[in-house]
Structure formats: C-alpha cells, structure tokens
Design a protein around this ligand. Sequence first.
Ligand code: SAJ
Length: 443
Amino acid sequence: MKTQSTRGALRRGTRGSLEERIAARSATVAVVGLGYVGLPLLLATGNESFPMIGLDVDPRKIEALAEGRSYIGDISDAELQTLRAPRFSSDPLILRDADIVIIAVPTPLSDGVPDLSLVRKASQDVASALRPEHLVILESTTYPGTTEEVVRPILESSGLTCCRDFYLAYSPERIDPGRSRNFKATPKIVSGIGERDTKLAELFYQQLVDKVVLTPTPREAEMAKLIENTFRQVNIALVNELAMLAPELGVDIWASIEAAATKPYGFKAFWPGPGVGGHCIAIDPSYLSWRVDQQLGFGIRFVEHARAINNRMPSYVVQRIAETLNDFGKPVKGSKIMAIGLAYKADVDDVRESPAIAILEKLSRAGAICSYHDPYVPSARMLGGECRSVPLSAEALAEQDLVAILTAHETVNYAEVVLNAPLVFDARGVTRRLLDAPNVFRL
Ligand code: SAJ
C-alpha cells in the first residue's frame, strides 16, 4: 500500500518507477486521436486525476478543446472544463512529456479493405517521441496481429526495443456512442507483448475501470473485439433476412421477435432495420474476414453474407416504399417523401454510413422530392448539396405523399406522424404500439 509520503513525493514529480507513478496517478497520459473513442478515454483518465495530453492532427479539434468546447455528443463542455490543466496539441513531440501513450485513431475500410494508414501514422508519431520506459497502448479496432506485426516494428524503428526499453499493449475500445454507458463499469480487455508490458497496462486500466480482463496475447484481445462486433453484424443480418421473407410467409416479424425475446435464457433480440450504419458494426467484421482471407485464402462466409444482407437493406426499403406508394396509385417520381431520422442509429447525431442517407439518395434518383427531419442532425450533405432538417409539424407531415421512419429517435412523437402523414413506412418498428392505422406499413 502506498504510504501518503510516497504518494506525496511522487505527486511532486519525484520520478519513481512507472508502476509507482501509475499507482500514484502522477504518470502523464497522452491520447493520440481525440474522436468518439479518444476523447472519452482522455476524460476518464482526467477524472482519475492523471495529468493528460491530447494529440490530434485536426487543428480544429485542438482549438475547440483548448476553448473547452466539446464536439462529441456524449461529452458536455462542462465535463471538458472540469479537466485539470489538460494539454492539447497537434505536435507529436509533446508525447515526450507523457509516460503512457494511447493510440485511438480510426481504422476504416478503403474499398472494402482494412486501412491501417492512421494507425501507422500515429505509430510513427509516437516513434518520433519514443523514450525509455514509455508504455504504448493501441485501442483502435483491428485484426489479430496488428499490435505485434504493424505497431511494434514502427516503434522499434526508433532504435528502442519493445519489452526492454519501452512497453506495448493492446486494449480494445468499448465506447458505445449515444449511450453514456459508464466507462468505469465497462470491463476492459488488456494484453501486452511481454510480461511487464501486460502488468503495466493492467495496472493503468485498474485505475480507470472496475474490472480488467487479461488475454494470453494481444491477438486474443484484438480478436475479442472483432467477435463482439461480428456477433452483432451477423445477428442483425439474420433478422434483416427474416424480415425480407416474413411478408411472403404472412408473418409480422416484429411480433415474432418480440415473442422470442420473452425467452429468459439463450436469446438476445435484434431488430430489423433499413441497414447497418456507423463505423463499428458496418466495418469491424470485415477486418476479421479480410485477415482470414489474407492468411488462409478464404473469407468468412458468415461475415460476407451478413454484410451483403445488411448492405441490401436500403434497396429493399426503397422497393417497399415504392410498392406502398404504388398501391395508392402514386409513382415514386414526383412523390414528396420525408425521412424521419437521418442518423445511423437512435439518439445520436452521427450520419456516417447511415442507411437513411442511402435510401434518400436512391429515392431522389428515382425522381422523388425528398426531405428529412432529424432532431439530432440540423443539416447534412446529401442529394447533391446541403440539406436542412425540416421542423416537424402537422402541416409538413400532411403535405408529404409518404413519411419513412428510418431512425427510431426517442424524442419524435410517432403518434403525431401517423395521425398527420397520408402514408407512413416504418423501417424501425416504432409504430408497433400505436393504433393499427390503415396508413401505416412496416418492414
Ligand atoms: N442495428 C439494427 N438492429 C439492431 C441493432 C442495431 O439494425 O438490432 C443497426 C443500428 O441502427 C445501426 C447499426 O446497426 O445502424 C449499428 O448499431 P449498434 O447498436 O451496434 O451501434 P454502434 O455501431 O454504435 O455499435 C457500438 C459498438 N461499440 C463498440 O464497438 C465499442 C457495439 O459493440 C456496441 O454493442 C453498440 O455500440 C451498442 O451496444 O450500442
């Protein structure tokens, strides 16, 4: 147990070992990449009294943070302003002042192939400032082998040796955008290249979360994250495929899933939708399938089929909307169609990979006159320009030919939508509890 005098000495900057500085929370923590993962992580370290450094290549982010302005929906300006003297910069050399450096940059797909360019760039930035006793942790979602085969060599290009001069670990992010899930209560998977690498990373995360889970090597930790998100992608695809078959079987898929969800064990409900957006579920499973294909020469058919099903949903929803209008003697061409919800999932402002945008683009190309209402998305670049969210009113709804519910934001009054819109196509099942109105059609 650290005596008060030791803690005091460590706080006053007496060096002590890295272990001692982590336990005393005097170790300076730098986060590279201040997006929806990095900023909450920086906040969590600041809340546990670690001195913090935030590094990002985007000067606008650095400027906003320096002024105490948050650009992440889940983090308020007030929370940012509680941080004790954080340092923000776009200059990698600031990392020399850190003891722990965490890389939390995006890992997108480029033409369907994993793109580790941002991880490589961040690793090079860290290598340029690497010094003995640095602990480097990768949090970005990636395929098994990345920490060891991609990050480690770049860091060792500094001339320092992993597990001897500096330490390297992997810990997948578990930030859940749009739901302010308790960071501390979410178990953290951790694994280092060597024994001390693991112990240092474990000790660090023990200061932030209630439960740290170790895996034998970083590969299992990298794989665990992909399993988590592939599980979601495959199960979402399953209910989407069943939703496309259900009408032919005369089945209300929503009622069937609701009934199945009463099973108290061995089942988790997933719900059909207009497609899978966001930068986790739509992307992460492809890292796994690509890696398997790269190493074994074949992809994971489950993942590839699931991706194909989910990617087909926007076209399927457009087809259903066209059929609904047709049943009422209205062609898509010239019809006024308003989308309720543009964000990729409920109660977030993020439109990346949003199926709602794909659907509006398709309808617009078919000649529909498209608009949208989204309380979280005031404007969006689509339909060949900048579109603004239309305020929701009885008049705005009544003048549509059809309203398509594409994101299930909690704050929207769906009864009002059903009452005033001539036709409603509900791709999120939010009208299930409403009166069975003759103008409502569901996925
Ligand atoms: N979706 C469905 N049906 C479902 C669930 C989701 O169509 O039953 C759609 C959503 O509308 C969205 C997409 O899939 O377009 C992804 O939704 P998501 O709920 O998985 O949300 P994400 O992409 O923000 O996933 C994140 C992930 N967190 C991390 O990767 C750290 C995921 O692991 C979390 O489980 C998820 O949040 C969560 O639980 O909200």
